[in-house]
Design a binder for this molecule. Sequence first.
Ligand SMILES: [Zn+2]
Length: 239
Amino acid sequence: MREPVQWGLGVAAAALAGAAAYTVGAQAVAGGLRLGVVKRGPHRPMVSLTFDDGPDADHTPRILDALAAAGVRGAFFMVGRQAEFHPAVARAVAAAGHDIGNHTYGHRHLWTLGPGASAAEVDRGARAIADTIGVAPTYFRPPWGAFNWAAYARAAQIGETRVLWSVRSEGWLTASPAPQMAAYVVRAAHPGAIVNLHDRGGHPSTPEATGAALPQMIAGLRARGFEIVPLRVLLGPGA
Ligand SMILES: [Zn+2]
């Protein structure tokens, strides 16, 4: 008969291994190997600007104005609950011709959720966005870019292309002033780049800085010869 302590350690080890496979394993496949996940587009002189965590009542309209003034369409990865809070803003994003992505319903870290709750976060996010704007989101990006297997599988099952990014100008916790943000994105951009930005969330100063950075960022990208296109153009049909 096995000792209870040994048995307990064995169960704990198995649970840890299972949890690691569920979270880090999914992340390795999604983020490292890029299997079934898009982090950049084909090698063409095009880049996409993508915005997470909105819609926000104040910052999203300003960002929409900055994009419209420059004639740029990007992608907005919405939090379902935020779309319910600010339906008019969500509809304005869609009406302006930007791509729409699902960023889950409540922006919870998927590594803290089991399979059922993870799939529900994906489903509820998609439904809340679709019910608000009238069109199902085309893309999926998990909060903090952190996949688990359940969300990875569920997003594909409901027809959402899984998208991370290849350029990110912000720290999670540190402020990125607008001039630095713009300069970094212009410098780090590459053919097919997917740029991660925020119209809400992140450091408290980030959404405002993002709006302020856009004119310089867009001008700098164009000066380097990049066309700024929505994801549907960057990735092409079938992505
Ligand atoms: Zn987010």
